[in-house]
Design a protein around this ligand. Structure first.
Ligand code: ATP
Ligand code: MG
Length: 448
């Protein structure tokens, strides 16, 4: 098996070898190359100690010296070069207390999580595959290196990584690996929210976000997203639906582009349905208020998982408005866009479409036609650059003060009223017409 190493990675490996050390490309880059995917970055593993690596290369950065990692810079491009190591005893199902350097490649490969991630390559030796990684890659299997229960006990994050790789690669999980997760899933509680968040994002933006189902089946969502388990248990006896809330959500995830915010929004768009469920006299389920409460609950969940405020805000807005369906007059659509915020579009349409396509067939054609018309109206309003925000008004606060209004909160209120006028009649967005309105409306605020 031959892998085309990028020139700079090959250079680093050669230099290390020329100085008498062993060096290989390792892990994700080998896996992705074998699969014919483009690796994100090329990690190098070597028998040289960090100090020895630094002595060979002109420009290096101490990325994680304690863990044996030095970044070697080649023409402004960085490559992580890590000394062969064994992870010491694991403290708390999270990080090894210490790392021990080893002269043996085998030892370094053995500490890695999955067989497909435990292969090394250089041009002299070709593929070094000591744990059946190649065969698992060919069969599409995620399998732990060694005893799964032991490996997951050492580092509980590996359980979620297993699901994430299954989603990215569309692989099956080997039976013993999966069973070990079922048994040990509770240990994920000891892993930091930040590490869980990073894996969850990779899972969600993968080609197979529906593999979140595997995280549910194995008991992992119960730990970091128990709200999802609630969704899986919530039936929707209602003509619009044919799945539980959770199954509907899984289906909808596959229907929205692979973007972090959009996928998170779809994941959580119905998160409050379990809380909002009511049954009417005919036995039909309703979920009144679920967008509002869902947006709040999503805020709590995303904060718990340590998402940044920008992501959280955008996700919350999409959830808040996912079920908002204005009448399709130009006035009503302008009002809706203004209320919801232009920045939520066109993402909101993607969420609405994915949601709709994961519902029952009931009124599907009508719903799709509605959505297309809504989108067309939005497009037209955007093309004509119609005023939708106070910022886009032909006058600003300064103009109102110059026209004689007293500074203060009346200014803001007047601007809001002007926006209302312009949303109803865009042609009124001229300085002259707006200032005339102000003068007529507010004769008493003038100082003259
Ligand atoms: P990605 O494409 O997401 O970067 P990757 O396989 O490169 O995938 P990284 O998290 O960058 O994943 O880790 C690089 C390598 O380090 C892995 O391929 C694996 O060999 C090893 N590794 C990473 N995390 C762990 C872990 N928690 N336990 C054991 N080995 C790990
Ligand atoms: Mg990587």
């Amino acid at each position: 098996m031959r892998i085309e190493l990028p020139e700079k990675a090959a250079y680093i490996i050669q230099e290390l070898e020329r100085h008498g050390y062993e060096a290989y490309a390792v892990g994700g880059c080998v896996r992705d190359s074998v699969l014919g995917r483009v690796p994100q970055d090329w990690d190098i593993t070597t028998s040289a100690r960090p100090g020895e690596v630094k002595a060979i290369f002109g420009h290096t950065i101490d990325t994680g010296i304690a863990h044996g990692t030095v970044t070697v810079m080649v023409d402004h491009e960085g490559f992580e070069v890590t000394t062969y190591r064994i992870d010491g005893e694991y403290e708390d199902a999270r990080h090894p207390k210490e790392v021990i350097f080893t002269p043996l490649l085998r030892e370094d490969l053995r500490r890695r999580d999955f067989t497909i991630n435990a292969m090394a390559y250089n041009d002299a030796d070709g593929l070094v595959d000591l744990f059946g990684g190649l065969s698992d890659l060919r069969q599409g299997v995620i399998r732990c290196v060694g005893d799964p229960a032991e490996r997951f006990t050492e580092d509980a994050l590996r359980m979620l990584r297993a699901v994430r790789f299954a989603a990215q690669l569309d692989f099956q999980m080997e039976r013993r690996t999966k069973e070990a997760i079922r048994t040990l899933s509770g240990n994920l509680a000891r892993v930091s929210a930040e590490r869980i968040q990073a894996e969850l994002v990779k899972l969600l933006v993968s080609d197979h976000p529906e593999q979140i189902a595997l995280a549910y089946e194995t008991g992992l969502t119960e730990v970091f997203l128990p709200e999802f388990d609630e969704m899986m248990r919530t039936e929707q006896n209602n003509p619009h639906h044919c799945y539980t809330v959770g199954e509907h959500t899984i289906k909808a995830l596959t229907g929205v582009p692979a973007d972090k915010v959009l996928r998170l929004a779809v994941l959580l768009h119905d998160v409050a349905k379990p809380l909002c469920r009511s049954v009417d006299a005919q036995g039909v389920d309703h979920f009144y208020g679920h967008p509002e409460r869902g947006s709040e609950l999503a805020g709590q969940i995303l904060r718990r998982l340590k998402y940044d405020n920008d992501t959280t805000g955008r996700v919350r807005a999409l959830i808040r408005w996912h079920d908002d369906n204005p009448p399709l007059t130009d006035r009503a659509v302008r009002r809706a866009i203004s209320r919801i915020g232009t920045e939520q579009y066109p993402g909101l349409f993607a969420v609405k479409r994915a949601d709709l396509l994961a519902q029952s067939d009931y009124q599907r054609a009508e719903k799709l036609a509605y959505l297309s018309s809504y989108e067309a109206a939005w497009n037209r309003i955007m093309e004509q650059d119609e005023c939708l925000t106070i910022k886009q008004l032909a006058v600003n606060g300064q103009d109102l003060i110059a026209a004689g209004m007293r500074p203060g909160k009346e200014i803001g209120e007047m601007l809001k009223r002007l926006l209302e006028i312009v949303l109803d009649a865009p042609e009124k967005n001229t300085r002259e017409q707006l200032l005339t309105f102000v003068m007529n409306e507010n004769p008493f605020t003038y100082d003259e």
